[in-house]
Design a protein around this ligand. Structure first.
Ligand code: UD1
Ligand code: UDP
Length: 381
């Protein structure tokens, strides 16, 4: 029986890989062997625990203050040793982290076909997001099967010379994960959030972590949040802080002691999706949150200059606002007080998936290995 090996290392990859693992485990034609690099630790384990995934192999590569080259080399060396012992028939990598590109390179060097989930996203700027735009372009060069979440990402791949027959439009598996999780009303670990949910107060949900925003831009985000908190005493700002100490040192000092700011540890996915569904406005630089919030009808202000996820911008639910402190304050205030602006953005749209992306992924892998046929492409219309 062909062995398919999903390989991943960070929180967003784990969330988006979980539905794929479930579909592969359910498919009688494959054996699914799960490998994690451990690029993230607590944030990765949190997701695996929620979805009941017990990795078969764990490279455990995380080092505090890890460099991109360190993640790349430890992943390639670890996987190469694993492949030398027993090579899978195909690997599945997800997105654009350094784990995903390193895994694709390690497999390619051993002649193992690479299946790339969430293929074809492009911001058009090699340095934003950094290093993710480069990572995903490199993976596109060496993948055998490209699973594009949308027709826009398929068009990006075709424009770069990828053969159309090697692309399947699946939708994004993050919507599969969201739809199986969001309705569950999972209790909040932090009692402040349970009180908040009962209070009906308006919530501004904030996440930030992007490397290119670290430093002064992120300190500006902290200052902007402090100003919003002071100007809006009825609003509650909730910020589940990323584990990265560089992020915490930049954003959190400005928020210390503010009565209407709640800073939490990274939240388990079930709790986070519940919070997302309670939020009034979302302020983020996250890729996954940009995909999830529109399907819940939440206006999203994205703290970036560009995005590889233009579909929800076109639909009007996401606005790019950059990281300038003044602009963040102005745009949040506008959404809080301008009802027409809020109504225009608070539309539930689903450009990123219909919850069947993992089923399309498993079928496309079966086709790659000559064991079945692909399903029809995802079409949001
Ligand atoms: C990584 C990905 C990014 C993705 C993000 C999701 C790369 C280059 N970056 O960025 O594409 O959007 O994950 O969150 O692949 N840390 C812990 N425990 C954890 C996780 C992180 O302690 O569970 C700390 C470590 O000190 C680590 C630092 O955070 O050195 C940064 O982690 P890293 O994976 O290098 O970068 P991220 O910014 O998380
Ligand atoms: N998320 C989570 N807990 C949190 C914050 C985010 O489970 O405290 C989820 C979120 O729903 C999304 C994913 O993590 O699916 C996004 O991860 P992140 O922002 O770290 O990475 P990115 O998507 O930017 O690569």
């Amino acid at each position: 029986m062909p062995v398919i090996m999903p390989i991943y290392g960070t929180r967003p990859e784990a969330i988006k890989m979980a539905p794929i693992i479930a579909a592969l485990q359910a498919a009688p034609e494959f054996e699914c062997v799960v490998t994690v690099t451990g690029q993230h630790r607590e944030m990765l384990d949190q997701v695996n625990e929620l979805f009941g995934i017990f990795p078969d192999h764990d490279l455990d590569i995380l080092e505090p203050g890890q460099t991109l080259a360190g993640i790349m080399t430890r992943t390639i060396n670890g996987l190469d040793a694993l492949f030398a012992e027993s090579a899978p028939d195909a690997v599945v990598v997800q997105g654009d982290t350094t784990t995903s590109t390193a895994a694709a390179i390690a497999a390619f060097y051993r002649g193992i076909p690479v299946v790339h989930a969430e293929a074809g996203l492009r911001s058009g700027d090699l340095f934003s997001p950094f290093p993710e735009e480069a990572n995903r372009k490199i993976t596109s060069q060496i993948a055998s099967l490209h699973l594009a979440p949308t027709s826009t990402s398929k068009a990006n791949l075709i424009a770069e010379g990828v053969a159309e027959e090697d692309i399947v439009v699946t939708g994004n598996t993050v919507i599969d994960a969201l739809l199986t999780t969001v309705g569950k009303r999972i209790p909040f670990t932090d009692p402040q959030l349970e009180e908040l949910a009962a209070s009906g107060r308006r919530v501004l949900l904030v996440t930030t972590h992007r490397r290119e925003n670290q430093g002064e831009a992120m300190r500006g985000v902290g200052r902007a949040l402090a100003r919003i908190a002071a100007a809006e005493p009825d609003l509650v700002i909730v910020l589940p802080a990323h584990k990265n100490p560089v992020v915490r040192e930049a954003v959190l000092p400005a928020l210390e002691g503010l009565p209407n700011v709640v800073v939490t540890e990274p939240m388990a996915y079930g709790e986070f999706t519940r919070l997302l569904s309670l939020a009034h406005v979302v302020l983020t630089d996250s890729g996954g949150v940009q995909e999830e919030a529109p399907s819940l009808g939440k206006p999203v202000l994205v703290m970036r200059e560009n995005t590889e996820r233009p579909e929800a911008v076109v639909a009007g639910t996401v606005a790019l606002i950059g990281t300038d402190e003044e602009r963040i304050v102005t745009e949040v205030e506008r959404l809080l007080h301008d009802a027409a602006r809020f109504e225009a953005m608070a539309n539930a749209v689903n450009p990123y998936g219909d919850g069947r992306a993992a089923a399309r992924t498993a079928a496309a892998i079966a086709e790659l290995l000559g064991l079945g046929e692909r399903l029809s492409d995802f079409d949001p219309s």
